[in-house]
Ligand binder design. Structure first.
Ligand code: KIV
Length: 294
C-alpha cells in the first residue's frame, strides 16, 4: 500500500472525499488503524487522559509524547502520522518550539505536528513551518487552554466568537498550516470555516460539514472507563459515537481468566510444553517430587 502524503489530504478535499483520522498511542493501535484504511493517525496529547490517567492534557511531557509517537510510528505504514506538541513545548520561544518540533520529526518520524491555538501562537507556528515542518492547526475547544476557555465547553456559539474562529482559521491557513482541527463548535460555524479555506478541516464535535473527522481511540472503541458496577465511570462527550464497547468485553475476559486460574482450568495441556518420556523419567528419578500440585 502506498503511503499517503500531506498533499493527498488537500486532494481529498478538492475531490469532495472525506478524511478519516483517529488517535493512537502505540504500535498495535496504529497497526489496527492502518489496516482499517484510516487516512491519518494522531498521537494526541489526549494521551494524558486516556493513557496516563490525568484529568486534563497539560500534564503530558514532550518526552512522554515522543515515546508514544515512536511507538505509533512502528505500527504505521500507509496512514499519515501526526503528533501533538504538548503544553510546555511551544510556550517558551520560537527557537525552543522549532527544536522540539524537530525532535518529533527526527526521533519519531512524524509527517506533521499539531499545535493548538492561533493569535499569539501564529508566530510559533510560522517558525515551525519555516523550519520545514508541516503543521496542523487546532482551534475551537483547545484542551491545553481549557482553563482560559471556561472548561471543556463548545466554542463559537455567538456571532462574535464564531467570527473570531473564522478569522483564526484564515490566519492559520495564511501562515501555511496543512490542515486545521476544529473542535467543539456549532456545525454552521465549522461549515463556514470549511468553505472559506482551501486546506482541509478535520472536525471533532464540529458537525458533519468538515472535510474530515477525528475521534479519540478510547472514545470510539468504548475503552474510556471501567463499566458500570466497577466504579470510576468516564463521561463520554456528546459528540462521540462509540463504535464498540470493548471496556466491558475486556473486564469479562479478565474475569474468565481469573476464574480459570483460581479453578486450575488454565493452563490446560494445549497451553503446556511437553518433554520426551525418557527425559522426563530420568529427571523425575533424579529429583523426586516433594510437594507438587495435582
Ligand atoms: O489530543 C487529541 O486527541 C486531539 C484530538 C481530540 C483532536 O487533539
Amino acid at each position: 500500500m502506498m503511503k499517503l502524503s500531506l498533499a493527498d489530504l488537500t486532494a481529498l478535499k478538492q475531490q469532495h472525499q472525506r478524511i478519516s483520522m483517529v488517535t493512537a498511542y502505540d504500535a498495535p493501535s496504529a497497526r489496527f488503524a492502518d489496516a482499517a484504511g484510516i487516512d491519518a493517525i494522531l498521537v494526541g496529547d489526549s494521551a494524558a487522559m486516556t493513557i496516563f490517567g490525568y484529568d486534563q492534557t497539560k500534564a503530558i511531557t514532550l518526552d512522554d509524547m515522543l515515546l508514544l509517537a515512536r511507538a505509533a510510528r512502528r505500527g504505521t505504514s500507509r496512514a499519515l502520522l501526526i503528533a501533538d506538541m504538548p503544553f510546555g513545548s511551544v510556550q517558551v520561544s520560537d527557537e525552543v518550539t522549532v527544536a522540539n518540533a524537530i525532535r518529533f520529526v527526527k526521533d519519531a518520524g512524524v509527517d506533521a505536528v499539531k499545535i493548538e491555538g492561533a493569535g499569539p501562537m501564529l508566530r510559533r507556528i510560522r517558525a515551525v513551518i519555516d523550519a520545514g515542518i508541516p503543521v496542523l492547526g487546532h482551534i475551537g475547544l483547545t484542551p491545553q487552554s481549557a482553563d482560559q476557555l471556561g472548561g471543556f465547553k463548545p466554542q463559537g456559539r455567538t456571532a462574535a466568537t464564531a467570527h473570531r474562529l473564522l478569522d483564526d482559521a484564515q490566519a492559520l491557513e495564511r501562515v501555511g498550516c496543512v490542515a486545521i482541527v476544529l473542535e467543539a463548535m456549532p456545525e454552521p460555524v465549522a461549515a463556514r470555516i470549511t468553505s472559506a479555506l482551501t486546506i482541509p478541516t478535520i472536525g471533532i464535535g464540529a458537525g458533519a460539514r468538515c472535510d474530515g473527522q477525528v475521534l479519540v481511540w478510547h472514545d470510539l472503541l468504548g475503552l474510556g472507563g471501567v463499566p458500570e458496577g466497577h466504579g470510576n465511570r468516564v463521561r463520554v462527550p456528546k459528540f462521540v459515537k462509540q463504535y464498540a464497547a470493548l471496556g466491558p468485553q475486556i473486564v469479562k475476559a479478565l474475569e474468565s481468566y481469573i476464574a480459570d486460574v483460581q479453578a486450575g482450568r488454565f493452563p490446560s495441556a494445549e497451553h503446556t510444553y511437553s518433554m520426551p518420556d525418557d527425559e522426563r523419567e530420568r529427571f523425575e528419578a533424579d529429583v523426586p517430587p516433594s510437594r507438587e500440585r495435582r
